[in-house]
Design a protein around this ligand. Structure first.
Ligand code: SAH
Length: 389
C-alpha cells in the first residue's frame, strides 16, 4: 500500500444485516489489499497495476444519501437503507459512509412525519405519502438539497412541512418534491417541483463551481474525486494544443477541469438534466472552449467518426455496465493518440480493454483509487496509447 498512515477503525452495528458495505468489518489496510488484489487479478494481463490510492479518513464521505421510509410491524415509522437485494428497510439513524449532516436531517424528517400525521408510502396498498428522501450535500459549499420523493402528487400542508424542516435545519438550501407512484426500484420519478430555494446545489471541485440537479450524476466521494480527476488529467500529459472528448461527461466536471490544459473539449452525456447542468457549469466558470452534446455516447462517436472528427485524446467514464460496442468501434476508428478510461467496475473495464488492445491500443498505466471505502467497489483509471502503425 502507498502510505504509512494508520487509519481509525469505526464499527457499524448493522454491518451484518444491511449488506450495503461488504468490507466494512475489515481494517482499512485489509480493505485496500483486497481491492488491489481484485484489480491485479483481473487486469494483470495488461501490465503492472500501480498501488491503490487510499482515502486519508475512510468514513462519512458520501455526499449523496438515500433513505427509504416505511412502517414496521408495530406501525412505527422507520427510515433507513434497503437490505441488500430486498425491499426490506434496515432502520438506521446514521451510517459510517454518509455525510453526518444528511443523516441528522433524515432523523428530523422522521420526527416531523409524526407531528404532521403523515404516513410513509406503502408500495403494496399504494397508501401514504413519503417514499424516499434523497439528500445531496456540497462538500466545499456546505449547501444541502433535500428531495422528498412522494408516492402521490397530493402533498397536504407542504408549506408548513417545509417551513418546519428548514427552521430546524437552516443549513438546508433547497427542497424539491419528486413524485414516484410506480412500482419500481428506481428512487426518483419524473415529476419535480421546487418547494424551497433554487432546486439545485452548487459545489466546488478542483477550483471550479458546479451546479448539481437532483437527477444528475455527481461523484459521491468529493475528497477522492479530486485525487481521481487530477490523476486522470496528469496521465494524459496535455500540451495545450489538444482537442479532446469527455465521454459520459455528467455535469461536465472532467472536461471543464481539463479545459485549462487543452485547446478544445467536446463533452457528451445522455441524461438531459446533467447535460443542462454541464452547459450551465461552463457559463458559471466563464469557460468558452468546451462544447456539450446531449446524446448516447456510442451514437455520438459513430457520427463523429463519419464526420472525420479528429481528436487527440478521449477521456471516457462510462457507468458500471461499461462502454458499448458501437462506442469502442467508433473510438478505434477515430484513432486518438491517447485514451484515459475511468472505470467504476473492473470487470467491464477488463472486457473493454481487451477490445481496445485488439484494435491498436496498449495499456500504459493502471491506477486503482479507493472511491468507496467500506464497500467492495473500486475505481480504476487507465491510460492507453495508440500503437504506432
Ligand atoms: N464523468 C462524470 C460522470 C460519470 S458517471 C463524472 O465524473 O461525474 C457516467 C455518466 O454516463 C452518467 O452521467 C450517465 O448519465 C452517463 N451515461 C450513461 N449511459 C450513457 C450513454 N449511453 N451515453 C452517454 N452518457 C451515458
Amino acid at each position: 500500500m502507498q502510505s504509512n498512515q494508520t487509519y481509525r477503525q469505526l464499527k457499524c452495528p448493522v454491518v451484518d444485516i444491511c449488506g450495503g458495505c461488504q468490507v466494512q468489518h475489515l481494517p482499512y489496510e485489509q480493505q485496500l489489499e483486497q481491492k488491489q488484489k481484485q484489480v491485479v487479478e483481473l487486469l494483470k494481463t495488461f501490465g503492472k497495476v500501480d498501488p491503490i490510492i487510499p482515502m486519508k479518513d475512510p468514513y462519512y464521505y458520501r455526499n449523496k444519501i438515500h433513505a427509504t421510509f416505511q412502517t414496521d410491524r408495530r406501525n412505527r415509522i422507520i427510515s433507513g437503507i434497503y437490505q441488500s437485494g430486498t425491499h426490506k428497510v434496515v432502520p438506521i439513524d446514521s451510517c459510517l459512509l454518509h455525510d453526518q449532516r444528511a443523516d441528522k436531517i433524515i432523523v428530523s424528517i422522521r420526527g416531523l412525519l409524526k407531528s404532521f400525521k403523515m404516513r410513509p408510502y406503502n408500495e403494496d396498498t399504494r397508501q401514504g405519502l413519503l417514499r424516499h428522501v434523497l439528500i445531496r450535500t456540497g462538500f466545499e459549499s456546505g449547501q444541502i438539497m433535500v428531495v422528498l420523493v412522494l408516492g402521490t402528487h397530493v402533498f397536504p400542508s407542504r408549506k408548513n412541512f417545509v417551513k418546519a424542516l428548514v427552521d430546524k435545519h437552516p443549513e438546508i438550501t433547497t427542497v424539491v418534491m419528486n413524485v414516484n407512484n410506480k412500482k419500481t426500484s428506481m428512487v426518483l420519478g419524473d415529476r419535480e417541483t421546487v418547494l424551497y430555494g433554487k432546486g439545485f446545489i452548487q459545489d466546488t471541485l478542483c477550483g471550479l463551481k458546479f451546479r448539481i440537479s437532483p437527477k444528475s450524476f455527481y461523484q459521491v466521494n468529493p475528497v477522492q474525486t479530486e485525487t481521481l480527476y487530477n490523476k486522470a488529467l496528469d496521465l494524459a500529459e496535455f500540451t495545450g494544443n489538444e482537442t479532446i472528448i469527455d465521454a459520459y461527461c455528467g455535469i461536465g466536471t472532467i472536461g471543464l477541469i481539463a479545459s485549462k490544459r487543452v485547446k478544445k473539449v467536446i463533452g457528451v452525456e445522455l441524461n438531459h438534466d446533467a447535460f443542462k447542468d454541464a452547459i450551465n457549469n461552463a457559463k458559471r466558470n466563464d469557460i468558452t472552449n468546451v462544447f456539450f452534446h446531449n446524446a448516447d455516447a456510442g451514437e455520438f462517436m459513430i457520427k463523429s467518426a463519419k464526420r472525420k472528427q479528429f481528436v487527440d485524446t478521449v477521456i471516457m467514464d462510462p457507468p458500471r455496465s461499461g462502454s458499448s460496442d458501437d462506442f469502442i468501434r467508433a473510438l478505434a476508428f477515430m484513432k486518438p493518440k491517447k485514451i484515459v478510461y475511468i472505470s467504476c467496475n473492473p470487470v467491464t473495464l477488463k472486457r473493454d480493454l481487451e477490445k481496445l488492445t485488439r484494435k491498436g491500443y496498449q495499456v500504459k498505466t493502471m491506477i486503482p483509487v479507493d472511491m468507496f471505502p467500506g464497500t467492495s467497489h473500486v475505481e480504476t483509471v487507465v491510460l492507453m496509447s495508440r500503437v504506432d502503425e
